[in-house]
Each structure stands twice: as C-alpha cells, then as structure tokens.
Design a protein around this ligand. Structure first.
Ligand SMILES: C[S@@+](CC[C@H](N)C(=O)[O-])C[C@H]1O[C@@H](n2cnc3c(N)ncnc32)[C@H](O)[C@@H]1O
Length: 295
C-alpha cells in the first residue's frame, strides 16, 4: 500500500521525497492547527517538511498523502500521531527558565501562607510542562519556601500537563545531564537529585520530589476535558507562542476560571497582551506578565 510517486534518488542512492506541494502544505497546516492549536506559518514550512520526511522515512513511506491518511484512521493512527506531535512541538525549556516569574510565584505563595495561618496547602499547575524542568523547579522552590515559612507540614502539589506523550515520559523519568542543572543552586541539587550510576554525569530527581509532581497528558485545545479547578498558581509560559490570537484568548479565559479566588496566572512576557478577564486583575511585578483572580 506504500506509494512510490514523487520519489527522487540522491547521490548515495537513498530515496528522498519531492518537496511538499502548496496544496499538501495547506492540508498539513490545517490538520496540525485543528488538533494542537499550533500554526505552522510559511517560515516554518521547511521545518514541517523535514520532520515529516524523517518520520516517513523511518516507517517506509514516501508519499505525504499516504502518511496523512495513516493519521486519519486505522489501528496505528493514534500511536503515529503521538510520535509526530512530539517531533513538531518545540520542547525547549530549562530549570528556573524565567527567574522573575519564579520570584513572583514565591512572593505570591508567601502572601497566601502568611495571610491564612490555617491554610492547608498550595496547588500549582504547569501548563505545557515539556520535559519536566518547569514543574520540578516549582516543586523545589515551594518545598524550600514552605520549610522557611515553618509550614513544612502544609501540602503542596504540582500538576504538570503537556500534549506530547514521549515528552511526558522523559519528564517522569526525571534524568538530566549535568549541564541542564546549571541553574539549580548546588544545595538544591544535593537535596533533590541523586547521581545516576554509570558515570555519565547524569542526575535523577529524587522520589520524594517526584511524588509532588503529577504528569498528565492534556491538550490545551481540550481544556474542557480537564477537571482541574481551584488552583493557587497556574504557570503557562512559552506554550501559546504559535497559537492564533483568538485561540490564545480562549485558552487564557479557560485557565482564568480554574484559579481559586486570589490565585495567580503567570504567562510568558507578551503572551497575553490585549487580553483581560473580569475576574482578574493585572499583577504589577517587574519583568513578568501575570494576573490575580480577585478574591
Ligand atoms: C517551548 S515548551 C515550553 C516549556 C515550559 N513551559 C517552559 O517555558 O520552559 C512548549 C511545550 O508546550 C507543549 N504544547 C504545545 N502545544 C500544546 C497543546 N496543544 N497542549 C498542551 N501542550 C502543548 C509542547 O509539547 C512543549 O512541551
């Protein structure tokens, strides 16, 4: 059932694909945007083409149309889609990636805990958590902070969601090379990571910290399926970059209503310009874009 149309042979005799046609490009753009919210503009055409070609070569297909059909239905469609989404999403991240946003979360949690000495705990959500650096950073910071506030017995948990299953698998494993940990203070590295045997200079998140973070697959285009509510912090950074304005606004509104009264929504700088919600007020904190739900 594999088609062999549009195939050229390169100088090593390896079959290579013909460039994607305008019509095919539009079909793929529409499919990807409908399912993930991500727009693939003309500037990222070659990114799409390359990733499709690599994947098609891996599974022995050399026809864009045949691959498209394979993703539409049939026994392998779901599995194959999960693999492709992983290839097409940008997973760039790091520990404590945007320090001002973390500083703001820290200030917010202090205020919550100090305002209410009987408060039982804090619930955080990392939306588009990628390979785990962001939710583990939130978990380390909150753990240290609650101890400093002498509220070490208070509960805290981070829900970490992403569309990509393979990415979530890496996040759950929680193994990072030495260089990826350069933003983690050394005392925290000692406390929350253990060296991986084998001398490859890799570190794994301790089971204790892992227990604080629940990784769940969730497409932000399908937030209505998520029973999450009453959150004290929603952290959504560098996820909505490739989304159209109207989608961004819908998603932000859907996140806003999941905050507890007084809860904080932190987004990436410039990711919520000209968006407002009647329940929220803008937080004035340097180098951040954040909103607080009115009490
Ligand atoms: C650039 S990373 C950002 C990671 C982290 N938030 C940070 O700022 O370092 C974007 C993440 O958003 C995820 N993502 C993209 N589209 C998504 C969608 N529709 N639903 C959920 N996650 C999505 C990607 O899989 C990727 O892991």
């Amino acid at each position: 059932m594999y088609r062999t149309t549009d195939v050229a042979t390169d100088r090593w005799g390896i079959k290579s694909l013909a460039p994607i046609s305008d019509e095919q490009f539009e079909l793929w753009q529409t499919l990807i945007e409908a399912r993930t919210g991500m727009t693939i503009g003309a500037a990222r055409r070659s990114f799409l083409e390359t990733n499709l070609a690599i994947r098609m070569r891996e599974i022995g297909l050399n026809d864009y149309e045949a691959y498209y059909e394979q993703l539409m239905a049939g026994p392998v469609a779901e599995r194959e889609w999960a693999i492709l989404v992983d290839r097409l999403t940008v997973q760039e991240t790091s520990f404590f990636r945007h320090p001002s946003s973390f500083a703001l979360v820290r200030q917010h949690i202090s205020e919550l805990m100090l305002r209410d000495p009987a408060r039982k705990g804090v619930n955080l959500w990392s939306v588009g958590c990628s390979t785990g650096e962001e939710p583990y950073s939130l978990a380390m910071q909150t753990d240290v902070q609650l101890a400093e506030l002498r509220r070490a017995k208070a509960y805290f948990g981070v829900t970490a969601t992403d569309i990509s299953l393979p990415t979530l698998g890496r996040a759950r494993t929680g193994i990072y090379g030495d260089r990826r940990l350069h933003n983690v203070p050394s005392a925290w590295k000692e406390k929350y990571f253990k060296p991986v045997a084998g001398g490859r200079k890799e570190w794994q998140v301790t089971d204790e910290l892992k227990r604080r973070v629940a990784f769940v697959q969730l497409n932000i285009m399908e937030l209505d399926k998520a029973p999450l509510a009453g959150l004290d912090v929603i952290f959504c950074q560098n996820v909505l970059i490739y989304f159209r304005r109207f989608r961004k606004r819908d998603i932000l509104t859907n996140l806003a209503v999941r905050l507890a009264p007084g809860g904080l929504l932190v987004v990436g700088l410039g990711e919520a310009t000209d968006w407002a919600h009647p329940w929220l007020e803008r937080v004035d904190y340097p180098d951040t874009m954040a909103f607080r739900r009115k009490s």
